[in-house]
Design a binder for this molecule. Structure first.
Ligand SMILES: NC(=O)c1ccc[n+]([C@@H]2O[C@H](COP(=O)([O-])OP(=O)(O)OC[C@H]3O[C@@H](n4cnc5c(N)ncnc54)[C@H](O)[C@@H]3O)[C@@H](O)[C@H]2O)c1
Length: 432
C-alpha cells in the first residue's frame, strides 16, 4: 500500500488509556492545559499506544466534464478519500483527464465497477447514463454518489432508491445547494420557529448560457437529458431546496413550460457544459429541440403554504442565480446563490437585517457547514465538499446518521418533475 493510500493514526490502545490521557491533557495546570505525554517508543512498547494504518476510501469518477472536475477537486479536500480511477466517454477522454488531474488509472466504467478495491463511484455523466451506472454500481457493492436529476424517470429513481436500501450502501443524489452554510441557517431558523408558520415561498433559478440558438449542450435533447431540461437541470434543485429548508412537501402544482428555440445549431464536435462562448460560429447542424428553456410553477405545500418559482436558461445576465424567498407569520428570509454568505432577514416592525456567514454567530448545526471564519467566503466548491464529507462519513461508518440527500430524495424529485410535465401538458393543476 502506498503512503498516499493510507492514513496513519497513533491511538491509545484501550478506552481506559484514552480516558486517562484525555483527563490528563485537559486538566488545567496553572490555567494552561497540559500537553499529552511525548510519544517515546516506550509507550508503544508498553502497549499504551498503537499505530493504526487506515486505508483511504477509494473512489472512481465517471465523467470528465464540468462536474467531473468539480467533484475530483472537492473529494481531494476531504483527506480520507482518494480518486483512484476515472472513466470518460472513451479511453482517450479518460486518459486526458487522468493526466491533467493526476488520477492513476483510466478505464471504462464497467471495468472499474469490477475492481474490488474501489469503494465508491461518483456519476457525473449526462442524465441518460445515471440509471445504468448507479444500478450497476450498487449491484457491484459500491457506494454511489450520483448527480441530479437522479434518472430519466420516476420509476427508475424509485428502483434505485429501493436497491440502495436493500444493499445497505451509501447512496446520495448531489443536491449540493443544500450545503451552503446560510441555507442551513435558514433551515435551522425555520425548525426553531423563528419565521413562524410558513405562508409563502417564492423564487427563481435563472441562467443565460443557452440564450442563443447557437448555444449547444447535450441537455438540449430529451434523449440524453430526459424530457425536462431547464426544469430538470435547475428546477430539480429549487424544489429540493425549498422542501429541505421548510420541511414541507410540495403537494400540488400547476406548471407552464416553454421552449423559445424550437431548433438549435449543434456543433459537429462534442461540447462541454458552459463552454459555448469559446466556439466559433461554424460547422453546425440544425436540430429540433424537444426540451424546455423556461418553466413557471405555482406550488401548494400542504393546506396553508403557497408559492411559485420560475426557472430559465435564457435570462441574459443571470449566470447561476438561484434565489428563494420564504415568508412566515413572524419574518421573511431571502437567499441568493450568487451572494452565498449573505442572508436577508425581513422584519415587519424592526429594521431588516443582512446576516453575514460567521460560524460563531450561527446555529451550531448550520455552523458545521462552514469551515472558515466570518469574512472568509465559502461558495459553490465548498458546498460540494460539505455534501461529500457527509456522504463519506456514512461510507466509512454504515451506522452513521444520513445527513445528505439520498436516492429516496432523488426519486421524490423525479416524481415532482413528472408532475410538472403532466401539469404543463394538461394546462391544469395536478396533485403530487
Ligand atoms: N449539482 C450541480 O451543481 C450540477 C451542476 C452541473 C451539472 N450537474 C449534473 O452533472 C451531470 C454532468 O453534467 P456536466 O455539466 O458535468 O456535463 P459535461 O457535458 O460537462 O460532462 C459530461 C461528461 O460525461 C462524460 N461521458 C459521456 N458519456 C460517457 C460514458 N459513456 N462513460 C463515461 N463518461 C461519459 C463526457 O465525456 C463528459 O466528460 C449531469 O447530470 C448534470 O445534471 C450538476
Amino acid at each position: 500500500m502506498s503512503n498516499s493510500a493510507a492514513i496513519i493514526k497513533i491511538v491509545p490502545s484501550t478506552p481506559i488509556i484514552a480516558r486517562s490521557l484525555q483527563a490528563y491533557s485537559s486538566r488545567p495546570a496553572g490555567g494552561v492545559a497540559k500537553k499529552p505525554p511525548a510519544l517515546f517508543p516506550r509507550y508503544f512498547n508498553a502497549g499504551v499506544f498503537r499505530i493504526e494504518v487506515m486505508r483511504k476510501i477509494r473512489t472512481a469518477m465517471f465523467g470528465t466534464g464540468f462536474m467531473g472536475k468539480v467533484h475530483t477537486e472537492a473529494i481531494r479536500r476531504l483527506g480520507n478519500v482518494e480518486v483512484v480511477a476515472v472513466a470518460g466517454v472513451d479511453q482517450a477522454d479518460a486518459e486526458k483527464f487522468a493526466a491533467a488531474f493526476g488520477v492513476p488509472r483510466a478505464a471504462g466504467w464497467e471495468e472499474l465497477l469490477a475492481d474490488k478495491e474501489i469503494d465508491a463511484v461518483h456519476i457525473c455523466t449526462p442524465n441518460y447514463l445515471h440509471y445504468a451506472m448507479a444500478k450497476a454500481g450498487l449491484e457491484a457493492g459500491k457506494n454511489v454518489l450520483c448527480e441530479k436529476p437522479l434518472t430519466m424517470t420516476y420509476a427508475e429513481a424509485k428502483e434505485l432508491a429501493e436497491l440502495g436500501v436493500k444493499k445497505n450502501l451509501a447512496n446520495c443524489v448531489n443536491h449540493n445547494l443544500r450545503c451552503y452554510p446560510m441555507v442551513q441557517q435558514v433551515r435551522r431558523m425555520i425548525e426553531a420557529g423563528e419565521l413562524g408558520d410558513i405562508l409563502i415561498v417564492n423564487g427563481t433559478y435563472f441562467q443565460d448560457w443557452l440564450l442563443y440558438d447557437t448555444d449547444w449542450n447535450w441537455r438540449a435533447q430529451a434523449a440524453e437529458n430526459g424530457a425536462l431540461r431547464a426544469m430538470g437541470d435547475i428546477g430539480s434543485h429549487w424544489m429540493d431546496q425549498i422542501q429541505h429548508v421548510t420541511g414541507l412537501k410540495i403537494t400540488s402544482l400547476c406548471a407552464d413550460l416553454q421552449t423559445f428555440h424550437h431548433s438549435r445549431k449543434k456543433p459537429k464536435g462534442a461540447v462541454e457544459t458552459f463552454s459555448g462562448k469559446k466556439l466559433a460560429p461554424s460547422d453546425y447542424d440544425s436540430v429540433k429541440i424537444d426540451t424546455d428553456d423556461f418553466g413557471a410553477v405555482l406550488v401548494r405545500l400542504g393546506d396553508r403554504a403557497r408559492g411559485s418559482f420560475a426557472v430559465s436558461q435564457m435570462s441574459a445576465g443571470r449566470k447561476n442565480r438561484f434565489e428563494f424567498e420564504i415568508y412566515g407569520t413572524k419574518c421573511g428570509v431571502t437567499w441568493n446563490q450568487e451572494r452565498p454568505d449573505e442572508l436577508w432577514i425581513g422584519q415587519r416592525n424592526t429594521p431588516n437585517q443582512i446576516m453575514i456567514k460567521d460560524p460563531s454567530l450561527m446555529d451550531p448545526r448550520a455552523a458545521t457547514f462552514a469551515d472558515l471564519p466570518g469574512g472568509h467566503s465559502e461558495g459553490y466548491d465548498d458546498a460540494h465538499k460539505q455534501n461529500f464529507r457527509r456522504f463519506y462519513k456514512r461510507v466509512a461508518d454504515p451506522s452513521a446518521a444520513i445527513e445528505y440527500p439520498t436516492f429516496a430524495d432523488g426519486a421524490h424529485g423525479m416524481g415532482l418533475l413528472e408532475k410538472v410535465l403532466e401539469s404543463s401538458k394538461k394546462r391544469a393543476w395536478v396533485d403530487c
